[in-house]
Design a protein around this ligand. Structure first.
Ligand code: PHE
Length: 355
């Protein structure tokens, strides 16, 4: 048997064994590398007597092709097998139950702020914000509450320095001052946010939430205030009729001033808004005092209007049947999963507003 036949038989046999890519590449080099068995045969061609050379060359080429084809085939076979194994291993099992995705809840206070913002936006109020840390001037003096005014004691203020120049705002009313100092009338804004007073029981927390409202224009009167609040309460509680009572009150920054109660009754342990003979105080309001307007360079003979401050937490408790205010701020996740709101359930018009 000639050399090349032997090589052919030996390597055909080898290539039909169980091989991996490394072994095949090794065979490839053994045969066709620089000093490979087949490569060397080609180098010998010149030494072969002429009459045999043609036949030898032709045989050699046939063997070369045969071996090369088989090598290519084997490589493809192995690669295909690897891909199939991979597909088999990495197949997605669509019968598996999905893994639960942890989802947060919207806090009832955030939800209510969104609802309030949405209702007032629809009747032309824009939303303003102010800082929790305020100066004494914006929180009191500019609001016609000078030093030693008795109203200052009522606010149980958290002061932040000895001189009592910085404090945690006791209400959202300083945002009225900031807004009016920054711009020219007319103003029609609400300002939701956190407020602070040193006070704590079932219906009072040292931090709570208010939304301030301010509407200043020419010829705004108390009728507008009543209409606006009536509309808001009906929209908020989603009722057609509401019982509302304006009680004369006093705030240094409004004249006249009123506190607003809404009528309710308790039926089968549930609070029903708009019926019954019980009253719940929900907000303070009044016509903005001329001194306040002067303090922010607005001419009270030309412009006037109303302001109100609504306790957000109280409204949230009422609307969603939560009876202890302190639970709002305990950060208990179990409570939040019971009383919180799914982001998906929030009406799209509420999303993205406020805070
Ligand atoms: N700032 C007042 C309070 O916190 C509420 C209020 C706001 C009253 C605006 C009148 C006008 O009690």
């Amino acid at each position: 048997m000639s050399d090349i036949k032997k090589i052919k038989d030996e390597y055909l046999a080898k290539l039909n064994e169980q091989l991996d890519l490394n072994l095949i590449n090794q065979i490839k080099t053994d045969l066709f590398g620089k000093n490979g068995l087949i490569s060397n045969q080609f180098k010998q061609l010149g030494k072969i007597p002429e009459e045999e050379r043609k036949k030898f060359a032709s045989d050699l080429n046939i063997i070369k092709d045969e071996l090369q084809n088989l090598i290519a085939f084997k490589i493809e076979e192995i690669e295909k097998k690897e891909i199939n194994q991979k597909l088999e291993k990495e197949k997605i099992d669509i019968t598996l139950p999905e893994r639960p995705v942890p989802q947060g809840k919207i806090h009832p206070v955030s939800q209510v702020i969104d609802e309030i913002s949405s209702i007032f936006s629809e009747i032309g109020f824009s939303i303003e914000e102010g800082p929790d840390v305020e100066n004494e001037y914006n929180n009191f003096t500019a609001l016609n509450t000078p030093d030693n005014h008795p109203a200052r004691d009522m606010h149980d203020t958290f002061y932040l320095d000895e001189k009592k120049e910085l404090l945690l705002r006791t209400h959202t009313s300083p945002v009225q001052i900031r807004t009016m100092l920054n711009d020219k009338p007319p103003f029609k804004i609400i300002a939701p946010g956190r407020t602070y007073r040193s006070d704590s029981d079932q219906t009072h927390a040292p931090m709570f939430h208010q939304v301030e409202g301010l509407h200043i224009d020419k010829n705004i009167n108390m009728g507008h205030l009543k209409g606006c609040l009536n509309y808001f309460i009906k929209e908020f509680f989603e009722v057609d009729k509401i019982k509302m009572r304006f009680r004369p009150s006093h705030f240094p920054f409004t004249e006249p001033s009123a506190e607003v109660d809404i009528g309710y009754e308790v039926k089968n342990g549930k609070i029903i808004i708009g019926e019954g003979d019980k009253w719940l105080e929900v907000l303070g309001c009044g016509m903005v005092h001329p001194n306040v307007l002067k303090n922010v360079n607005v001419n009270p003979d030309e412009f006037q209007g109303y302001a109100f401050g609504i306790g957000i937490d109280r409204l949230a408790m009422l609307k969603y049947g939560i009876n202890d205010l302190r639970a709002f701020f305990d950060c208990d996740y179990r409570w939040l999963s019971q009383f919180g709101f799914d982001p998906i359930d929030v009406p799209s018009s509420y999303r993205g507003l406020s805070r």
